[in-house]
Design a protein. Structure first.
Length: 159
């Protein structure tokens, strides 16, 4: 069974939250709805977070803060995570922080709309929250495949 995603964000419109939820549908297996927080930050804020959380004193495009470890490819089941569910019955998988200015710059650099870059960064961050990474070529290929499948769900795949 594919888990549904609830996107918690004061920075995204209801339409954007729904579109991101649609993109992520099918990204995780399980019988419990998943919650993901998405925040949009300025350069100063994302640099501060990057410095404090990762020891890297520079602006970056996206940061992910997973709430669980070792869940890549695992079925997320209520019976195993029932005590971790929020009051709405959702399992919180983490937070994603996107730097709006970097997203806009990268969209221009890559020659695609800001919307595509925003969703790509949100999906990329969500994949980190689901345990995926890009430390090895094999891991990177697996993560890219998941990202492209998510973006294909909302017709924003690479052309």
């Amino acid at each position: 069974m594919k888990s549904e995603f609830y996107i918690d964000s004061e920075d995204l419109s209801e339409e954007e939250r729904q579109k991101l939820s649609d993109a992520l549908r099918g990204s995780a297996e399980g019988d419990v709805p998943l919650a993901l927080e998405v925040l949009i930050a300025d350069e100063e804020e994302i640099r501060r977070l990057n410095r404090e959380q990762r020891g890297i004193d520079k602006v970056t495009d996206v940061l992910s803060f997973p709430s669980m470890e070792d869940i890549r490819g695992e079925e997320l089941l209520c019976e195993e995570h029932g005590d971790e569910l929020d009051e709405e019955g959702r399992l919180f998988v983490g937070s994603v922080v996107i730097c709006e200015k970097r997203a806009r710059e990268q969209a221009e650099e890559y020659g695609h709309p800001y919307e595509r870059e925003l969703y790509y960064l949100a999906v990329h961050g969500a994949m980190h929250c689901l345990g995926y990474d890009h430390m090895t070529d094999g891991d990177k290929a697996q993560m890219r495949k998941k990202e492209e499948a998510a973006l294909r769900n909302i017709n924003l795949e690479r052309k």
